[in-house]
Design a protein around this ligand. Structure first.
Ligand SMILES: Cc1cc2nc3c(=O)[nH]c(=O)nc-3n(C[C@H](O)[C@H](O)[C@H](O)COP(=O)(O)OP(=O)(O)OC[C@H]3O[C@@H](n4cnc5c(N)ncnc54)[C@H](O)[C@@H]3O)c2cc1C
Ligand SMILES: *[C@@H]1O[C@H](CO)[C@@H](O)[C@H](O)[C@H]1NC(C)=O
Ligand SMILES: *[C@@H]1O[C@H](CO)[C@@H](O)[C@H](O)[C@H]1NC(C)=O
Ligand SMILES: *[C@H]1O[C@@H](CO)[C@H](O)[C@@H](O)[C@@H]1NC(C)=O
Length: 569
């Protein structure tokens, strides 16, 4: 056989065998494969949008795709910067046509990285910021806010300030209403008004087939692709999206939340107590955990956070007025707020704390905050973190001596010895959160009985350490810690999740999972939306692996060529 002809036959076979397995193992279309939309098709798609498309060849791509938690950096193949309901529909239909895996992103704060994935078409809603405020409405005496999911909480607080209204929202300034609400949403004012999902009046979503659903407690109004409207007397979808999780039932276009009257001013209590002092030696962990336990009986108008960690902090003698520098390990900080003006009773609510601080000369401050917005601006929101989370919905009956001893050991022995940072934030719950029925939303019933949502970040002491070191070392330690932490709680908050958790269905939703799954199957029968530990997803969902099948194909191709070469020769 002519050798040129031989090469032609072989290379054609090779090409065909390459084409023959052009999908990823999970059936999605990958970049560089024949099914992937061509440049022209992508340009045509972009031309139909009110928004735009960003590809990895664009300058902004690298920085733009960064996630808040840098543990899981991933690269979508196409970013659709949507700007209208129609854009969201078009992006979904384009993805369906080309068999692309879809991810949905509003702020990118998802700790598990669920708002993006390698090789996905990423629907980015951050430029959809429209809103409408009503200061009274038939559904809510203090009015309502309708808002798209690109608007951040601090932007919302700022605009509501002008209307003398407050809303149940997050304290992360750059968090958005998108994933936050779909996951439940806790707030510094939850003890007064409940969780975000307890304050949701309506949500509009684009469904996995492009239809638009506007749902409330009693109705689901569906706009079909041909424009016809169908009204179902059925609150199932609304129930499911009030805690069923982001990127699962559809893409939220807007939420409508109840508003509440703003107090004339607020009070903030701040204090930082060292846990261990080295010279003269003192260990305050036990009394401090006792103080935290007392917060479970604070009046509802008090809410906020307790935060503790195991870092070494040295207070300079110039700052303290002491004879020597004060070396400490770990501290507990309190940021406790009252959603009501100063009335002189503030100290009475904290007698235990105040007498402790007075005994040890630890400064504490009460301050007046002129508005909720002024208060909210004080929250820190670093640009990114590298953390492995461990969370539980802490139950008051389990805040016992065993709990204190567990943390003492974990903070100062286990993690300290391995040079691992542990920083935990407890968001105070109870109060109004308790008064909503356990089945009123799909969230873990543990939310309704919890004293706080205790969410711990596990990280490396050295911020410059390489990612591989983090992955090898910290994640495993974090997972072990999370497992032992669970005995003090009942359930887990899916927006602050331990990423590796075999019990995710039970921990996120308890007995509600099966109803969530039934509703998922009704609205998303072919599981168009899947993500890591989301309703209807299996354990490995949320990623598209493109390289493995191509490698296999190449491997077979090489074998085939070698074989054919041998027989043709
Ligand atoms: C600094 C910081 C502070 C935080 N503070 C709080 C707090 O005070 N209270 C609290 O409850 N939680 C808090 N969280 C957790 C927060 O609720 C989660 O990170 C949540 O995932 C953020 O939602 P997002 O839409 O901003 O983020 P994203 O990462 O954009 O989205 C999160 C999830 O929702 C999906 N999603 C996003 N938008 C949409 C949409 N429009 N339609 C459908 N799915 C969507 C994504 O696919 C992803 O699965 C905080 C997190 C951080 C990092
Ligand atoms: C995503 O792709 C990047 C770059 O190709 C890779 O380093 C990373 O491991 C991938 N992430 C996942 C979760 O597969
Ligand atoms: C807060 O303001 C009130 C007056 O409105 C004042 O009486 C009170 O002392 C102030 N509290 C603090 C801690 O400054
Ligand atoms: C869209 O999302 C926002 C918020 O998460 C990011 O800040 C942008 O960088 C991102 N843009 C792109 C092109 O991915």
């Amino acid at each position: 056989m002519h050798s040129l002809y031989k090469v032609f036959v072989l290379s054609t076979l090779c090409y065909v065998s390459f084409l023959g397995s052009s999908h990823a193992a999970d059936g999605y279309c990958c970049r560089k494969e024949s099914c992937f939309p061509s440049k022209t098709q992508i340009d045509n798609f972009e031309a139909t949008l009110d928004g735009r498309v960003v590809m990895d060849s664009d300058n902004e791509y690298e920085a733009a795709t960064l996630m808040y938690n840098t543990v899981r950096q991933m690269y979508p193949s196409i970013v659709a910067m949507v700007n209208s309901v129609g854009d969201i529909q078009k992006a979904i239909l384009f993805a369906r046509e080309h068999n692309l895996f879809v991810t949905v992103r509003s702020s990118g704060h998802d700790y598990s990285g669920r708002s993006t994935a390698n090789n996905s078409l990423n629907i980015n809603l951050s430029e959809m910021k429209d809103y409408e405020v009503k200061t009274d409405s038939s559904r809510s005496s203090s009015g309502e806010l309708k808002v798209q999911t690109g608007r951040t909480w601090i932007e919302i607080y700022e605009l509501l300030d002008q209307y003398d209204r407050v809303i149940v929202g997050g304290s992360g300034k750059t968090v958005t209403t998108g994933g936050y609400t779909l996951g439940g949403g806790h707030s510094p004012i939850s003890k007064t008004y409940g969780l975000a999902v307890d304050n949701l009046l309506e949500m509009q979503l684009v469904l996995p087939d492009g239809r638009i659903a506007t749902c409330t407690e009693t109705q689901t109004v569906i706009e079909h692709m041909d424009g016809t409207i169908e009204t179902l007397q059925d609150g199932d979808l609304f129930w499911a999206v009030r805690g069923g999780g982001g990127g699962t039932y559809g893409v939220t276009v807007y939420n409508v939340f109840k508003l509440h009257p703003a107090p004339q001013s607020m009070v903030l209590l701040s204090v930082t107590i060292p846990l261990k002092v080295h010279v003269p030696y003192a260990d305050f962990t036990e009394p401090v955990f006792e103080i935290v336990k007392k917060f479970n009986s604070l009046p509802d108008e008090w809410g906020g956070y307790f935060i503790f960690h195991n870092w070494d902090v040295t207070y300079k003698k110039e700052d303290t007025g002491l004879d020597n520098d004060l070396k400490t390990t770990g501290s507990l900080s309190l940021h406790i707020n009252k959603l009501a003006p100063w009335d002189g009773t503030e100290h009475d609510a904290f007698t235990g704390l105040i007498s402790f601080c007075n005994t040890y000369d630890i400064p504490y401050t009460f301050s007046n905050q002129s508005s909720f917005y002024e208060y909210a601006k004080l929250a820190g929101d670093p640009p990114s973190v590298r953390t492995s989370l461990a969370t539980t919905l802490l139950q008051p009956g389990k805040q016992n001596n065993e709990f204190t001893q567990f943390f003492k050991k974990q903070l100062f022995d286990e993690f300290k010895a391995k040079n691992i940072f542990l920083a935990c934030t407890g968001t105070l719950l109870g109060g109004q959160v308790k008064r909503f029925a356990a089945d009123s939303t799909p969230l873990s019933p543990g939310f309704r009985t919890a004293s706080s949502c205790l969410s711990c970040g596990v990280g490396l002491a050295d911020p410059n350490s390489v990612l591989a070191q983090f992955e090898d070392f910290v994640i495993g330690e974090g997972n072990k810690f999370s497992e032992s932490l669970q005995r003090f709680g009942d359930g887990m908050y899916l927006n602050e999740p331990t990423r590796a958790n075999a019990d995710w269905k039970k921990d996120f939703w308890g007995s509600h999972y099966n109803r969530l799954l039934t509703i998922k199957r009704r609205y998303d029968p072919d599981n168009f939306f899947t993500c890591h530990h989301c309703v209807g997803s299996d354990d490995n969902a949320g990623q598209v692996t493109c390289d493995a099948p191509r490698f296999l194909c190449n491997y077979f191709c090489v074998m085939l060529v070698a074989f054919l070469y041998a027989i043709l020769k």
